[in-house]
Design a protein around this ligand. Structure first.
Ligand code: XMP
Length: 515
């Protein structure tokens, strides 16, 4: 995080991602150790990447699915080494570093996957407080066979003659210190942070206080609106802004007519319990009208997003607002190819689907934080647990859980089915283990028998998934009697539905949402 533009100034440790499945986890671990971890993909523009390197305390090269022989990353690694910042290579990053410094990487005679014992050869500072042998998590086919000339081999395992090495200010380790299965993983990362002299200043309380001050400085006497969806991100962002500017912040909830049952009334009540007084804008007729006849999912999303921004902008201008507070979080920015920048004011565009030409300056108090950090901040600020634990609802809400055209009848059906799914799952007490659980309404119909008559009705799909970050998801193995109860209630309480299906597809290949 740089100094440009004033605002939050915290020097980072840079995590360069080579596509490893645990790369984000490295950044999160560094932050748990109270150092700001900045995450960038190796694919970004080289000048930009090297600037990140120059601004850092040190650089971590992540794991990745490639093989070093492909030579794909040799050039960039050589440029990074030239910057003379301390490097820690992890897994593939270790192999890249070793090869760039003149070591030999080959297919291991004993590929290692899963728990593996490593043995120390040298009691380097990076192993302070760590025993001479311990269990780590490995995941590699290739291994560093010969260390670079001048490097010291620090540890080995049965499949990795150079499981850890030091070359001047650089370290490489074959295992994954960031995963929970590796013993002393956090200790090793902490030792490395001490070695490179990174001070522990990423303390959420202090950082949030600084952000509150910054927002006050930026918004001054102007008015800001905050669009609240009722979820944790927008609520927390709003609360931070409220702490900055008090009643000059106008929280707004747009009723688009596609909320789940009981919303937005429940959100309003919860927000009022923490001192926020949201303004409810009823735009439901406009949304339903705009979606009439639209069947393509992307088109639905586009129309929804555009109208949402228009309604919000109009309301903001009515309130005399100059600023818009948004709940964008760090992964949203990284995924859209941006970087948070030091200033509280947006430096990138179109992250949350807002059009570029919106006539409001965007304030993003959460753009530096991962979701787990947002949860911690939310708890500290007193956001109710019900909001913190609430399952995510996609921006276009029920519009993407209704296959085909969105009509009032279909909204009513999916909303009632969804309420039954929620109620039954919550009554069974398993909701804490699930990432999301909801109902979808298909466009197709199926024959059934209701009373003594044949019925030709709608098909409802029940979806329940387990996930840690929504990037991947597995299906929840719900009990048969729970599923049966859900199906029986949906078909008996909603006359238009004749059939209920359970979605047994994980992500990938499916997504969590239907459309
Ligand atoms: P998918 O369906 O891509 O969803 O597996 C991953 C997670 O993101 C949520 N989701 C959205 N959230 N706007 C949002 O704010 C959207 O348009 C949107 N689409 C999907 C989804 O509920 C899941 O948690």
């Amino acid at each position: 995080m740089d100094n440009a533009g004033g605002g939050l100034t915290v020097k980072h440790v840079l995590i360069i991602d080579f596509g490893g499945q645990y790369s984000h986890l490295i950044a999160r671990r560094i932050r748990e150790l109270e150092v700001y971890g900045e995450f960038v993909s190796h694919t970004i523009d080289t000048d930009n990447l090297l600037e990140y390197v120059r601004e850092s305390y040190g650089v971590i090269l992540s794991g990745g699915p490639a093989s070093v022989w492909e030579g794909k990353h040799d050039d960039i690694i050589k440029l990074i080494i030239k910057e003379d910042k301390p490097i820690l290579g992890i897994c593939y990053g270790h192999q890249l570093l070793a090869r760039a410094l003149g070591g030999i990487v080959q297919r291991s005679h004993k590929p290692e996957f899963g728990p593996t014992t490593v043995f120390l050869k040298v009691r380097d500072r990076i192993f302070k407080g760590i025993p001479n042998s311990f269990i780590v998590w490995m995941s590699h086919n290739d291994a560093v066979i010969e260390p670079p000339p001048g490097a010291e081999v620090l540890a080995y395992s049965h499949g990795s003659p150079v499981a850890a090495m030091r070359y001047g200010i650089h370290y490489g380790i074959q295992w994954h210190p960031e995963v929970a299965h590796t013993s002393y993983g956090m200790k090793l990362l902490s030792n490395w942070l001490d070695i490179i002299g990174a001070p522990r200043v990423w303390k959420l309380d202090i950082v949030v206080d600084k952000i509150i001050e910054d927002i006050r400085g930026v918004i001054g006497d102007s008015i800001a609106v905050a669009a609240i969806s009722g979820g944790i991100d927008s609520t927390t962002a709003t609360l931070i802004a409220y702490k900055s500017i008090g009643s000059k912040l106008k929280p707004v909830i747009i009723d688009h007519g596609l909320h789940p049952q009981g919303e937005p009334a429940r959100s309003i009540k919860l927000l009022e319990s923490i001192g926020l007084k949201p303004i409810l804008v009823d735009a439901s007729d406009m949304f339903i009208e705009a979606l009439k006849g639209i069947t393509d999912p992307e088109e639905k999303r586009r129309i929804f997003g555009k109208l949402y921004a228009e309604v919000l902008e109009e309301e903001a201008l009515k309130l005399g607002a100059e600023y818009l507070v948004q709940g964008t979080i760090y992964p949203d920015i990284i995924e859209s190819g941006g970087r948070p920048g030091a200033s509280i004011i947006k430096t990138h565009h179109n992250v949350a689907g807002l059009p570029r030409n919106i006539r409001l300056k965007i304030v993003e108090p959460l753009k530096w934080f991962y979701k787990d950090e947002v949860r911690r901040i939310a708890r500290k600020l007193g956001v109710p647990e019900e909001i913190i634990k609430r399952q995510p609802i996609p921006g276009p809400a029920l519009a993407v859980r209704i296959e085909g055209e969105v009509t009032r009848e279909k909204i009513d059906i999916v909303r009632r089915a969804d309420a039954i799914v929620r109620e039954e799952i919550e009554n069974s007490g398993i909701q804490e283990r699930l990432w999301q659980y909801f109902a979808i309404l298909l466009n197709s119909k199926a024959t059934g028998v209701k009373g003594d008559n044949r019925a030709y009705g709608y098909v409802v799909v029940v979806r329940a998934v387990i996930s840690v970050d929504a990037m991947t998801a597995s299906i929840a193995r719900l009990q048969w009697d729970l599923l049966e109860r859900i199906a029986s209630r949906i078909t008996s309480e909603i006359p238009q539905v004749t059939r209920v299906l359970y979605d047994i597809t994980s992500k990938p290949p499916a997504t969590i949402e239907w459309e």
